[in-house]
Design a protein around this ligand. Structure first.
Ligand SMILES: [Zn+2]
Length: 253
């Protein structure tokens, strides 16, 4: 092999190398441009923190009755346990968007003992407990309206919860306002160790009210009212606590 031939071969090899390096550089530039233009992928972290901040409260929703042996009141083929559960489920869905913890005492057609319902709320250190029921009167197809029960001997906050819920449900539904009522005999609002109330969202014995209670539209109004009432309750409690603190600090001064 002559020297000249060797040199030509070497030059050819060098040109190839330069070409290869150029191609690599061009590829790197293209990759850099593509990376800077394409949208950033969402990591698990950004997904976890992308939603609105929820209010740190635990709410227990109690759908009344349940199971074969505890249907509640029955009128015109409408069973109380089913209406209670339908409203409770809607309530859980709506409240879960705003609060960190929303617990149901039952999510299916099963009977849960009254003491156990209260225990569920106590075990979870719930901030509030709301029980959903329907009313009824024998031989009376006319009486209608909404009422909310609380135990006045248990604490001072249950009354505030009951009043806020009652007021807001009435303005959301335009139903007859039967007001708040006191009872020391209802297990679920007595054995629960937090603000608690039991709302009777209508009379299944009333032909007119029963027809409304089975519809999604009316149940949504009830749910909206209860949610507004819960919000108003937490706000009232917050302002009472702030007032207490400022009273204390003014005493110190
Ligand atoms: Zn009931």
């Amino acid at each position: 092999m002559s020297k000249r031939y060797k040199r030509t071969k070497k030059r050819k090899l060098n040109r190839r190398r330069v070409g290869l390096v150029l191609i690599i550089i061009i590829l790197i530039i293209i990759a850099c441009i593509y990376n800077s233009v394409k949208p950033k992928e969402q990591t698990a972290e950004t997904i976890a923190y992308s939603g609105p901040t929820k209010i740190n409260k635990c709410i227990v929703i109690d759908a009344g009755h349940g199971g074969e042996e505890e249907p509640g009141c029955i009128f015109g083929n409408v069973l109380e346990k089913n209406i209670d559960l339908q409203i409770a489920k809607k309530l859980q869905k709506k409240l879960s968007q705003e609060y960190t913890q929303v617990i149901m005492t039952r999510t299916e057609d099963v009977n849960v003992y009254l003491n156990e319902r209260a225990r569920i709320a106590n075990r979870n250190n719930a901030d509030i407990f709301v029980s959903i029921h329907q009313n009824a009167l024998e031989d009376d197809t006319v009486t209608n309206g909404i009422e909310t029960w609380y135990n006045p001997e248990k604490d001072t906050v249950s009354k505030i919860l009951a009043e806020n819920i009652q007021e807001n449900v009435i303005s959301a539904t335009d139903a007859e306002d039967l007001g708040t009522k006191e009872s020391t005999g209802l297990i679920v609002i007595t054995k629960t160790e937090m603000a608690s109330c039991l709302i009777e969202t209508g009379f299944l014995s009333s032909t007119k009210e029963r027809q409304k209670l089975v519809t999604d539209t009316y149940q949504d109004k009830i749910v909206e009212g209860i949610c507004n009432g819960i919000k108003a309750y937490f706000e009232e409690i917050d302002s009472l606590e702030n007032k207490d603190t400022s009273d204390l600090s003014s005493n110190i001064v």
